[in-house]
Design a protein around this ligand. Structure first.
Ligand code: HEC
Ligand code: HEC
Length: 493
């Protein structure tokens, strides 16, 4: 071989080695798809993945630095200001899962974001974290707006985000970004994330014309319409406010076959969970079906914690027959026995007469759209979504933690729910987690605590009406002593 050929052969070998090395690096770096796994059920619920990071995940380091980069768009320091809950020593809040995918650690919301809340005995006590209860302090609208506003800001660019990531990694002893990440991966990720957020901002434009959600609430089914890219100007204005309270999700096993969601639009637990998985950022090809199935199994006998304050046993015993007489047919024999002729069925809106906006937000057209959603995935295709004409008679397990009450969270305590609407509070504060054991619900007269401001809920605003569930059948005409007895009994649920 002459010299030129030897040089050429050497060069080719080097090039081949280099290409192989790059390919191996790329394969090990970019083709991995692995969620952080948890062995115990509680950790899995709080931090486990349902696949949302694959399509919707934020790169972990971008998530970590955005509260600094866009600090002016948060009501206080960090994600806690939006009501996300951090356990000691954790870098991510409850309700955020992590997965290594597309070459990055990516994070997104999971079920626990909306289905884990806190309760405090007094303003001085430490909050108790309760899995399965409504996320009473989570300001999901604030969360969404934080990301949308940040993406629209000049600071949402590699010039600001990359140095912030370097600094954050420094603090976490992870060293600065390597050149590939610094000059290629992160700039690309930042632009992709910005594009996607701005696209979503446009789709969620309906929220700009809505009353404020406040903490603990979300517009469930208009958000679904946003995913379907509905043209808002063509939607009936009566559909445009569907703001609903986060529900509790205990005891899914005994709920099998019931018509659930607030308006009872679906009878099949698996479909409700799959539909909920949309809330966690997944789309049909990206759901982690194995984790979702495991989660589903975990939720079958998820139990609410018992009422922790004193219960007057004699008084509760007097309330029991009242409950059986007035409430049991619709709400189940007790907090653990859900049998009853009307349980899991829908009471027509004319009879229940609560605020109808959430009911009207769910339309026949949306049901039809949902039916087409999983068309390519026959075993997962939605078959049970139906338009209904009222609200569901649900079991009342863990009732003490489900305040404020009704589907729109418009009545702060059980005591208030047993009054006719004219005597229920017209306005109150939401988002405070100190318990009011006397009236059964959260203290609702506190406007601020330190830096934190609570949400002023006005029942006169569209979608927030506190009327309905009134009249003899609903206990609002009982004598005061009977109401007290009924409430005492409901504490055992
Ligand atoms: C973005 C907040 C959010 C996330 C995330 C979320 N949910 Fe929900 N969930 C809700 C709301 C709100 C409702 C009530 C919907 C309605 O009827 O308007 C609900 C309803 C439910 C129900 C029916 C409750 C009932 O009795 O009517 C179940 C079960 C449920 N969710 C399970 C899950 C599971 C499992 C996940 C994770 C895969 C999840 N949710 C994720 C907000 C959320
Ligand atoms: C005819 C059926 C029916 C009867 C009888 C009935 N309810 Fe209800 N109840 C409902 C429906 C439907 C809802 C949901 C209404 C809504 O959210 O708009 C509801 C909601 C509730 C809620 C709020 C649950 C939550 O998670 O926010 C409580 C508490 C409640 N009922 C207690 C009672 C009590 C106590 C009685 C008896 C004095 C009673 N109900 C009688 C149908 C009934």
């Amino acid at each position: 071989m002459n010299r030129v050929c030897r040089l050429f052969a050497g060069g080719m070998t080097l090039l081949l080695l280099l290409v192989t090395a790059v390919a191996v690096y790329a394969a090990t770096r970019f083709c991995v798809d692995r969620a952080v796994e948890y062995d115990d059920r509680a950790a899995r619920f709080k931090y486990g993945s349902t696949g949302g990071e694959r399509a919707s995940g934020f790169p972990y380091w971008i998530w970590q630095v955005l509260p600094e980069v866009c600090a002016d768009k948060l009501p206080g320091p960090g994600y806690t200001a939006l009501g996300l809950l951090f356990e000691p020593g954790k870098d991510l809040p409850i309700g955020v899962s992590k997965r290594r995918v597309t070459g990055l650690d990516r994070v997104f919301l999971n079920c626990a974001a909306c289905h884990v809340g806190t309760v405090r005995d007094t303003p001085q006590s430490a909050p108790r974290i309760v899995l399965g209860m409504p996320a009473n302090a989570l300001d999901l609208a604030g969360f969404k707006n934080f990301f949308f506003d940040c993406a629209s800001d000049a600071h949402f660019s590699p010039e600001y985000i990359v140095p912030a990531i370097d600094a954050a990694r420094e603090r976490a002893d992870q060293g600065a970004l390597n050149p590939l990440d610094r000059y290629v991966v992160y700039p690309l990720a930042i632009y992709i994330m910005r594009d996607r957020l701005l696209m979503l901002k446009d789709r969620f434009a309906f929220t700009e014309h809505q009353p404020e959600w406040g903490p603990g609430r979300v517009d469930t089914f208009n958000s679904a319409k946003a995913v379907f890219n509905y043209r808002w100007e063509q939607v009936d204005p009566r559909e445009l406010i569907g703001i609903a309270d986060f529900p509790s999700i205990w005891n899914q096993g005994p709920r099998r076959g019931m018509q659930l969601h607030w308006d009872g639009n679906n009878t099949l637990m698996e479909e409700r969970n799959l539909s909920a998985a949309f809330g966690t950022g997944t789309t049909p090809p990206t759901v982690d079906y194995a984790s979702l199935a495991r989660l589903e199994n975990d939720l079958l006998d998820f139990k609410p914690p018992p009422y922790p304050y004193p219960i007057d046993k004699n008084l509760a015993a007097r309330g029991k027959p009242l409950y059986a007489e007035y409430c049991a047919a619709c709400h189940g024999a007790s907090g653990t026995d859900f049998s009853g002729a009307q349980v899991g069925k829908v009471t027509p809106i004319a009879a229940i007469a609560t605020d109808r906006w959430r009911l009207d937000s769910y339309s026949y057209a949306l049901a039809a759209n949902q039916g087409a959603l999983y068309a390519g995935y026959r075993q997962y295709r939605f078959k049970q979504f139906r338009k209904t004409y009222g609200y569901a008679n649900a079991p009342l397990d863990g009732l003490w933690l489900r305040a404020p009450y009704l589907h729109n969270g418009s009545v702060p305590t059980l005591r208030d729910l047993l009054e006719p609407a004219g005597r229920r509070p017209q306005t109150f504060y939401r988002g405070y987690d100190v318990y009011d054991a006397r009236n059964v619900g959260f203290v609702s007269a506190v406007a601020t605590e330190g830096e934190r401001r609570y949400f002023h809920f006005d029942t006169r605003v569209a979608g927030n009406g506190n009327q309905g569930h009134e009249g003899e059948q609903y206990g609002t005409e009982l004598a005061d002593t009977d109401k007290q007895a009924l409430i005492e009994y409901l504490k055992t649920f």
